[in-house]
Write a protein that binds this ligand. Structure first.
Ligand SMILES: Nc1ncnc2c1ncn2[C@@H]1O[C@H](COP(=O)(O)OP(=O)(O)OP(=O)(O)O)[C@@H](O)[C@H]1O
Length: 897
């Protein structure tokens, strides 16, 4: 028998605690009594004892000093000796050891009890689920019966309800309507419902599950806030953004409505108070004079108060659960939020509470997924609703009060701010607006510049993800109060901002996608009144954004759609949106049809609809395309790299066609070799277009696939190069003659007509006191017009076209994405070789940054471009608009199981 081949058993004594002095005695006794361990083992089986098996089973061994193999005899006498010896030699160790064994025994026992309890819980849970299932079924039956009787009783209008045609929530005459209308006027100050609001409120009052798809600013909030006031209990609103919630709470409290929020930033004392009030509401124990909480907004984990919600439900005090931005539950949508998926538990946890899902963008696939995730029954139309199912409401996405335009963006960053200041002071000196910027830094710089350049007349604030919550909240207050007029922000700002009177949204840079642009610009004019959406665009912005999105799924594709939109000088903006979304999101074109206008009818008030036809021209640019592709291909073959900017420069022989190309080596040590391109040889001479037009053409060729982007990741960014694309071969292997002789244009493009003046007119202009020359805007505008003071001389335009148009009436008419006038560049910069410097020193490891103050020191027709159609003269007055959503870095919904 080995040293440790024993099984020890200690008899259980439940009455003893391990620190009890008697415990020691029991211990001692038990060891002394273990003269026959085997005998004890046998006796243990007949008493309720827990075997503490050591050595071979537990792997634990008694202290070796206490248990000598030769001290063990079958008669047990030596066992007594062991005790004696142990106490004498090492009594403390032995006692501790035994104590540990006893504790372990008890732990094992408790483990066994825990297992038993867990089994019981499991069984109880099964019973609970079964009961809940039974109850859910019964509650549904009850709701259907109630609904049938309510619908039957409340439809005094026979047309509103008929067994075969279902319930017409839009037009039916319901008992609660007078109450709704009265509250809408007295509490919200709104006289009439708009879009589907009436129908949604009716379905809401009727206790239905509802899905609403209405554009941004459509007025979705009213459809749950108003019924909440007439329904007993509290409406729970799940919303993804703290900023949205803050705004809503301020708004509702301002209207005297008892609305609260429980978010991550709610102080704990306040949170406790709210939970106490809700608990009192659930138990119907409100103090006399204490109001019910009518709306409770949450972003945070609802699991923390699920039990409270269930109590509210049981007490009939949870009127409804509203899920804002509900499309976020779907992985099919572009705004999927994993934490939103947890909302599927709501139906299970709160089976008798109706659910309302709100969204501004919900293509069919997303809708299907949303219904499935939220466990909502199939949809039924709000105009002829069945008595079961989720009642579905949808409003057109087109908002005719938004006036879209794309204007040329100066190359110099500060000139963009100047142009914005000019525009704001001219048209919206007292209005609120947003300027969307590409980066946090950019937002800060622009905010400072707008304020400084306007001598403080434009008060600005900055909003981006790096700002503290308290700063963001303060900005919300200031913006709402009107002490800050213009918020310069990244896309982190604005989602769900309930500020109706935003009169303009300016984009300092285009968005990464048309979805983003539509959503961001859609934050203008939510009150239904006219508002401007202006995009400042220059082709090089495509490269900056390209470097940001090339790793994103479909990032480049989406960017091309955005570029296509910005480049377009003809197509109505509404139709562009309609076509894009029908393709990208599978949204029906009909989504853009309004009562008075077909989806594909021109809006009549965007820049492209109001652009005088004589300011643009359709041009056969096949030859120029051939030349550009030849150059791009040549550079590619010799190992050089071109960007949009460089290719446009080379095409005009900028810097004598000098280009750095890699000559061997690796990484930073890569040697460079200067190559002079012989443009005559490669492309039959320079490309006979203005540089801006060449840039527009390059973008056009990128969008169409004749060129393509090549991205090169560097440590901090990515370089975007332009190389021949899949379709380039159609040109590259053709001769110039063939291109020129082609029966039909191979590539056509609409370009803005440049409006140069003759030298004579320029001279006269200067003589007349207009020192800036003929590209300066009208005197009255000059003080703030971008770059006006920069124009010091007239350049020699590359195209001879510059010398014609003696009596051109389109002076200064640079509309849409028209480039700067051809003769706007100072002569000294246009002299041969001058403009090459930027290209000669090109380092392919430095990303082309269009926001850099680069070589072009041009004067744009800003004031005129903004004044094509003074806002005051616009006829359009209408209601709402569109949007799609995007979610923002720092505001995070936290709903978990
Ligand atoms: N029937 C109405 N008549 C006039 N104004 C209304 C009406 N309904 C809502 N509004 C106003 O329209 C603005 C936008 O409403 P709301 O915030 O509910 O839009 P929304 O659809 O929720 O937009 P978002 O999706 O961006 O949150 C608010 O200022 C609101 O007061």
């Amino acid at each position: 028998m080995s040293d440790y081949d024993f099984d020890y058993e200690l008899y259980e004594d439940d009455t003893l605690a391990s620190d009890d002095p008697a415990f020691e005695e029991v211990l001692r006794r038990s060891i002394a009594d273990s003269h026959s361990f085997r005998a004890a083992q046998n006796s243990a089986s007949s008493s309720r004892s827990v075997a503490a098996t050591y050595s071979n089973s537990n792997g634990q061994k008694p202290p070796s000093s206490s248990f000598k193999p030769n001290g063990v005899a079958s008669n047990g006498i030596r066992a007594a000796n062991i005790t004696t010896t142990t106490q004498a030699e090492n009594g403390v160790d032995m006692a501790q050891w035994a104590k540990k064994q006893e504790l372990k025994r008890r732990i094992a026992e408790i483990d066994s009890d825990i297992l038993g309890i867990k089994d019981s819980i499991k069984s109880l849970n099964t019973q609970l689920s079964s009961k809940e299932g039974q109850k859910e079924g019964m509650v549904r039956m009850l709701r259907e019966l109630e609904r049938a009787s309510v619908s039957g009783a409340s439809h005094s209008n026979a047309e509103a309800f008929s067994g075969s045609r279902g319930i017409n929530y839009m037009e039916g005459d319901f008992d609660w309507m007078s109450g709704l209308e009265a509250r809408m006027k007295t509490v919200f100050g709104i006289n009439d419902f708009r879009l589907c609001q009436r129908g949604i409120c009716n379905a809401n009052m009727d206790g239905r599950d509802i899905v609403v798809v209405m554009p941004t600013g459509g007025g979705k909030s009213l459809t749950y806030q108003l019924p909440a006031l007439l329904t007993p209990g509290c409406t729970l609103v799940v919303s993804p953004l703290i900023s949205l919630i803050t705004d809503q709470i301020l708004h509702l409290q301002g209207l005297g409505i008892n609305a609260v929020a429980i978010t991550g930033s709610t102080p704990s004392g306040q949170k406790r108070e709210i939970l106490q009030q809700l608990t009192a509401l659930a138990g119907r124990r409100l103090q006399p004079g204490e109001d019910e909480i009518k709306l409770c907004y949450v972003t945070r984990r609802i699991k923390n108060f699920v039990i409270l919600l269930q109590k509210l439900m049981a007490g009939g005090k949870l009127a409804r659960v509203v899920i804002d931005e509900a499309h976020c539950v779907s992985q099919m949508g572009h705004d999927f939020r994993p934490d939103y998926q947890q909302l599927h538990k709501l139906r299970q946890l709160l089976p008798s509470v109706p659910i309302m899902a709100l969204s501004a963008t919900c293509p069919p696939l997303v809708l299907k997924d949303l219904l499935k995730t939220l466990r909502l029954p199939d949809i039924t139309d709000g105009r002829s609703a069945k008595s079961t199912g989720t009642v579905y409401f949808f409003s057109p996405l087109y908002r005719k009060n938004l006036h879209y335009r794309v204007v040329p963006k100066p190359s110099k960053a500060s000139d963009v701010s100047k142009a914005m200041v000019e525009y704001i002071l001219e048209y919206h000196p007292n209005n609120s607006g947003i300027v969307y910027c590409l980066s946090r830094k950019n937002a800060e710089v622009v905010a400072t510049e707008l304020q400084e350049l306007s001598n403080g007349r434009i008060t600005t604030g900055v909003y981006h993800a790096d700002r503290k919550d308290s700063e963001k909240e303060q900005l919300h207050h200031q913006w709402r109060a009107g002490t800050v007029k213009v918020v310069c922000a990244t896309i982190a700002f604005g989602l769900g901002i309930d500020k109706g009177d935003v009169r303009f949204v300016l984009h300092h840079s285009m968005s990464k996608s048309l979805e983003g642009y539509y959503q961001e610009s859609g934050r203008a004019g939510r009150d239904g009144k006219d508002a401007d959406c202006i995009l400042y665009y220059r082709p090089q912005d495509g490269s900056t954004i390209g470097s940001m999105v090339f790793n994103d799924k479909s990032g480049t594709e989406k960017l091309h759609a955005m570029l296509d939109f910005a480049e377009d000088l003809e197509q109505c903006r509404k139709i562009q949106f309609a076509k894009y979304f029908s393709h990208s999101s599978n949204l029906s074109i009909a989504s853009w049809t309004t009562e008075d206008q077909d989806a594909l009818e021109r809006c009549g008030h965007c820049d492209n609809c109001t652009r005088p036809p004589e300011t643009i021209e359709r041009k056969n640019v096949s030859l120029q395309t051939w030349q550009l592709l030849k150059i791009a291909n040549y550079v590619y073959r010799i190992g050089g790299k071109t960007t949009v900017n460089i290719l446009a420069g080379l095409a005009r022989n900028a810097g004598g066609g000098a280009l750095d190309v890699a000559a061997g080596g690796k990484g930073k040590r890569k040697a460079k070799e200067k190559v002079n391109l012989d443009l005559e040889d490669i492309a039959g001479g320079i490309v006979d277009l203005h540089k801006d037009d060449i840039e527009h053409l390059i973008i056009h060729l990128l969008i169409k696939g004749y060129l393509k982007e090549e991205f090169q990741q560097t440590a901090y960014s990515a370089n975007v190069y332009v190389v021949p694309g899949g379709l380039a071969n159609r040109f590259i292997h053709e001769t110039r003659e063939n291109i020129e002789k082609a029966a039909r244009p191979m590539v056509e493009m609409t370009l803005a007509k440049q409006a140069p003046k003759t030298r004579a007119r320029r001279k006269k202009s200067v003589e007349d006191g207009n020192e800036e020359g003929d590209d300066a805007p009208p005197a009255k505008k000059r003080k703030t017009v971008a770059g006006a003071s920069k124009e010091k001389g007239k350049q020699k335009a590359v195209s001879d076209e510059a010398e014609i148009n003696e009596d051109n009436s389109l002076d200064h008419m640079y509309i849409g994405n028209l480039g700067p006038p051809k003769n706007s560049k100072p002569a000294q910069k246009r002299r041969a070789g001058d403009e090459s410097s930027e290209y000669e020193t090109f380092d392919p490891d430095i990303i082309e940054d269009p926001s850099d103050e680069d070589s072009e020191d041009v004067t744009y027709g800003w004031s005129m471009s903004m004044r094509q159609e003074p806002i005051a003269k616009r006829k359009q007055r209408s209601v709402v608009k569109p949007r799609s959503r995007g979610f923002l870095e720092d505001d995070v919904v936290e709903i978990s199981d």
